[in-house]
Design a protein around this ligand. Structure first.
Ligand code: SF4
Length: 91
């Protein structure tokens, strides 16, 4: 007598990830200058900075979802506070 093998397919959905570059700002290096040139360099306006008072501001914030990883913000920071970081996203 032959035994039939039933093939059970996995219900798991295959997810793939890919590595993309995103800009990050080192808050320990950033001088929190209210007229930060990095904000103006971003072509997709991914960088925002909250003003605290007339001459004070917080560290600029980069919206990782909006950032396209072009790197244009890196050379304009006078302190070298902006760096690129590889992050994995679902493809
Ligand atoms: S890498 Fe490009 S898109 Fe991302 S924050 Fe810097 S200038 Fe904007």
């Amino acid at each position: 007598m032959k035994k039939s093998k039933k093939r059970v397919e996995s219900n798991k959905v295959k997810t793939t990830t890919k590595s993309v570059k995103k800009a990050i700002i080192d808050s320990n290096i950033c001088d929190r200058f209210i007229f930060c040139p990095v904000k103006r360099a971003c072509p997709v306006k991914a960088i925002t900075q909250q003003k605290v008072s007339f001459f004070k501001a917080n560290v600029p914030v980069i919206d990782a979802d909006a950032c396209i990883g072009c790197g244009k913000c890196i050379p304009v920071c006078p302190h070298g506070a902006v760096k690129m970081k590889s992050v994995k996203i679902k493809a």
